[in-house]
Design a protein around this ligand. Structure first.
Ligand SMILES: Nc1ncnc2c1ncn2[C@@H]1O[C@H](COP(=O)(O)OP(=O)(O)OP(=O)(O)O)[C@@H](O)[C@H]1O
Ligand SMILES: [Mg+2]
Length: 267
C-alpha cells in the first residue's frame, strides 16, 4: 500500500447497517465496513446477496433501517439531504452507474442524456460539451450521440449509462456490474478507464460477478453472503485463492463433465 493510501481518510463508515424493502424483504443484515478515500473496492456475492442495495445506500438513494452510515464524518440520513448545500456537494462527489442502464437513460437522445447530469449540477455549457466529446471518443460512442438511448443494444446502453455518470466527473465512482453484457474488447477499454480514474485518486466501488476483473479494479474485496451479511473480505488474491468461500457463495461452480471422468471448475 502506498504512503498516501496509509494516510487516506475514511470516506464511508458502515456500522451494523440493516436494510429491508418495504420492511418485509431483507436485503442487508448488519454490514460493517470502512471505505477510505482513493480505495478500490469490489463487492462480490450470489444473486440477491445485497450488493446493489449496498451501492444504493452509498449513493444515498435509500437509508439504513438500523445501524449507521457515515460519509466524511457526517451521518447519511434523509434529513441530511434537506440541506441543499450538502446535497449538491454529495451529488457532485458521488456517481452511481446502475445495474440496469435503462434507469439512467430518459432523454430523447444520447447526447442530451450525457449532458443532463453536469448541466443539472451547474457545470457551464462549454465545459459540458468538452466532457461529452471526450467521453464519446474514449468510449467510442460518437456514432450513437444522436440516437434514442432506448433503441440501443444492451451493451451500447451500458456504455452510454457509464458516460452519463463519468460526465459528472465524480470523485467516488459506484459501479454495479459495469462489464455485464460488454464484448471483451469494450470490457477491457472500460477497465482501462477505471484504472486511469483510480490513478487520478478516485475511489471506486464495483459490484461484479466477473472474478476475472477484480485484480485489475480492486485492492479489497468484500464477499456478500446469501444471509445478507459479509461472508468474507480480503485482497483479490486472498479471495480468489479461497475456493471454499467462492463455492459457498455461488461465485464458482463445479460441474461434472458427463463425457469425461473428471470435474471442471469454472469461474
Ligand atoms: N425493490 C425491491 N423490493 C423488494 N425486494 C427487493 C427489491 N430490490 C431488491 N430486493 C431484495 O433484496 C435482496 C438484495 O437484492 P440486491 O438487488 O441488492 O442483490 P444483488 O446482490 O445486487 O443481486 P444481483 O447479483 O442479482 O444483482 C434480494 O433478496 C432481493 O430480492
Ligand atoms: Mg445487483
Amino acid at each position: 500500500m502506498t504512503p498516501e493510501k496509509l494516510l487516506a481518510s475514511t470516506l464511508f463508515e458502515c456500522r451494523g447497517v440493516h436494510y429491508s424493502y418495504q420492511g418485509r424483504f431483507p436485503a442487508l443484515n448488519g454490514i460493517d465496513l470502512t471505505i477510505t478515500e482513493g480505495e478500490r473496492v469490489a463487492l462480490v456475492g450470489a444473486n440477491g446477496s445485497g450488493k446493489s442495495t449496498f451501492l444504493h445506500l452509498l449513493d444515498a438513494l435509500i437509508f439504513p433501517d438500523r445501524g449507521t452510515l457515515i460519509f466524511s464524518g457526517e451521518e447519511l440520513t434523509e434529513a441530511s439531504f434537506l440541506d441543499a448545500e450538502f446535497s449538491l456537494r454529495f451529488r457532485r462527489k458521488i456517481g452511481l452507474v446502475f445495474q440496469n442502464p435503462e434507469v439512467q437513460l430518459f432523454c430523447p437522445t444520447v447526447r442530451e442524456d450525457i449532458a443532463f447530469g453536469p448541466l443539472q449540477l451547474g457545470i457551464p455549457e462549454g465545459k459540458v460539451k468538452e466532457r461529452l466529446e471526450s467521453l464519446a471518443q474514449t468510449l467510442r460512442i460518437d456514432h450513437l450521440l444522436d440516437r434514442s438511448p432506448h433503441q440501443l443494444s444492451v451493451g451500447e446502453k451500458r456504455k452510454v449509462a457509464f458516460a452519463t455518470t463519468m460526465a459528472i466527473e465524480p470523485e467516488v465512482l459506484l459501479l454495479d456490474e459495469p462489464t455485464a453484457g460488454l464484448d471483451p474488447k469494450t470490457s477491457t477499454q472500460l477497465i482501462e478507464m477505471l484504472i486511469q480514474a483510480s490513478h487520478s485518486g478516485r475511489t471506486i466501488v464495483t459490484a461484479t460477478h466477473d472474478l476475472h476483473i477484480i485484480e485489475d479494479i480492486a485492492d479489497k474485496v468484500y464477499v456478500f453472503g446469501q444471509d445478507k451479511r459479509l461472508a468474507g473480505s480480503g485482497t483479490p488474491a486472498e479471495i480468489l485463492g479461497n475456493t471454499a468461500l467462492l463455492q459457498a457463495n455461488n461465485l464458482i461452480h463445479i460441474h461434472p463433465h458427463h463425457d469425461r471422468d473428471h470435474k471442471v471448475m469454472k469461474a
